[in-house]
Structures are given as structure tokens and as C-alpha cells.
Design a protein around this ligand. Structure first.
Ligand SMILES: O=C[C@H](O)COP(=O)(O)O
Length: 255
């Protein structure tokens, strides 16, 4: 089964009502491949989710940027997975490196979150990635394997998981991984899934890349055989996000 190209736009902690409306209008007017070819999911901050969902074109979907690890209740400031389901939000980003590093989310905590969100029927963009220090010390693959294992240990339904490889050193830095660097990790991750979860999951799970993706570098990355799309930060707030949505041409493996 072919893996459908996936492009996520993570707006992070940005936006105003006016700004959000402008981005949605820009995306609504864009000519892009059909949803049978590319799956587009934009992730505004929680407070703008209903607005974006109500204004956005029907072929695009929305994602929350986080949710609580268990059933909601007395957890001031948190948003529960149940609430996302209630609002009809189909996707949630979990384990983003900004949450792992700034809010001390551990591998196990992220694994629990992924499992709980999946158990309620949400689809999950699960983020993993190594720091520069970890890459330079040669432990990049061990780090992403441990992060993936914490998810795999608890995840029930891989059909609803997109794995986002986001090297921390490439996030918001303008320092994108080279297509070869990204492909190398994606291929290793697919092998890890094959050996530890199963051949079917390895063949069908989308592994997307994030970290300084923009309109200029997206095509070469998208041509790599194991890069199944992108999770885009800064550029998802700009017109070039449309170029990224359209970046899938012919895979290197198909040439
Ligand atoms: O979730 C998106 C990533 O953090 C990438 O962000 P960036 O495209 O601004 O580097």
C-alpha cells in the first residue's frame, strides 16, 4: 500500500484572529493536489482550532498541538483528548521537541500520551529527534530509537500514527538536514519499525521530516524514498507552505 504524502503545518504559539483568517484565506484559495494525493493538516494554537476548522477548506484537516496524558479532570491549564474528540479535531501533535525540552516531557510520558490519544480514536503526529550534541556524539539513531520504542511499547493502532523525525538542531535554525542525512534516519527508523513492530507497520507508516523545511528545499527532501512528507513550522505561516504542499513529484526510488 502506498504511503500518502503528508504535510503538517505547526503554527506553534503564533497568531491573532486576523492573522489566522489571512492564512486560512490564503490556503483556501490555493490550487493544490487533491486529498487523495496529499494529506494536509494545519495545527493552530488551541484557542484558534474551532475558528480554523470552521473557515478552512474541507479537504484540509486540523490538529491540536498537544493534549493531556489521561482522562481530563482537575488538571488546570490542560486540554484533554476527550475535548478534542468532542470538538471534532481529528489529529494531535505529541512529543514535539519544544515540549520535551522546555516542559520536560519524557519518552515515557509521550508514549502514554500517544497511547491515550489513540485509544480515543485520535490520529497522532508523534515527534522524535536528536539534539546536536547527540548527533555529534554518534547517538542520533539510539536516541530516536528509544523515543520510538516508548511510543511503540504502548501504541495500539499504528494506522493512526504519523512519525515526525525532527532533528532538534534543524528546528527553527535555518539549518536543514541534508536530504541524505534525513533519508538515512528515515530508512533506519523504518528498519527499526520492521524489526520491532512488524513488516506491515514499517511499510505503511508515514515518516515525515521537520526542521527548517521551506519552499526552496522541500522538493529535494520530498524526492527521498523514505520521506513521506513534512512537519513545517515557520514556513507554514507563509505563502511558501503552498509550495511545500505541492512538493511531491517523483520519488527517487521510482526514477
Ligand atoms: O513542528 C515543526 C518543527 O518544529 C519545525 O519547525 P521549523 O520549520 O520552524 O524549523
Amino acid at each position: 500500500m502506498a504511503r500518502k504524502f503528508f504535510v503538517g503545518g505547526n503554527w506553534k504559539c503564533n497568531g491573532t484572529i486576523e492573522g489566522v483568517k489571512k492564512i486560512v484565506t490564503m490556503l483556501n484559495e490555493a490550487e493544490v493536489p487533491s486529498k487523495d494525493v496529499v494529506e494536509v493538516v494545519v495545527s493552530p494554537p488551541f484557542v484558534f482550532l474551532p475558528l480554523v476548522k470552521s473557515l478552512q477548506r474541507p479537504d484540509f484537516q486540523v490538529a491540536a498541538q498537544n493534549c493531556w496524558v489521561r482522562k481530563g479532570g482537575a488538571f488546570t491549564g490542560e486540554i484533554s483528548a476527550e475535548m478534542l474528540v468532542n470538538l471534532g479535531i481529528p489529529w494531535v501533535i505529541l512529543g514535539h521537541s519544544e515540549r520535551r525540552s522546555l516542559l520536560n516531557e519524557s519518552n515515557e510520558f509521550v508514549g502514554d500520551k500517544v497511547a491515550y490519544a489513540l485509544s480515543l480514536g485520535l490520529k497522532v503526529i508523534a515527534c522524535i529527534g536528536e539534539t546536536l550534541q547527540q548527533r555529534e556524539s554518534g547517538s542520533a539513531m539510539a536516541v530516536v530509537a528509544a523515543q520510538t520504542k516508548a511510543i511503540a511499547d504502548k501504541a495500539s493502532n499504528w494506522a493512526n500514527v504519523v512519525l515526525a523525525y525532527e532533528p532538534v538542531w534543524a528546528i527553527g535554525t535555518g539549518k536543514v538536514a541534508t536530504p541524505d542525512q534525513a533519508q538515512e534516519v528515515h530508512l533506519e527508523l523504518r528498519k527499526w519499525l520492521h524489526d520491532n513492530v512488524g513488516a506491515e507497520v514499517a511499510a505503511t507508516t508515514r515518516i515525515i521530516y521537520g526542521g527548517s523545511v521551506n519552499g526552496a528545499n522541500c522538493k529535494e527532501l520530498a524526492a527521498q524514498p523514505d520521506i513521506d512528507g513534512f512537519l513545517v513550522g515557520g514556513a507554514s505561516l507563509k505563502r511558501e507552505f503552498i509550495d511545500i504542499i505541492k512538493s511531491l513529484t517523483v520519488k527517487k526510488s521510482q526514477l
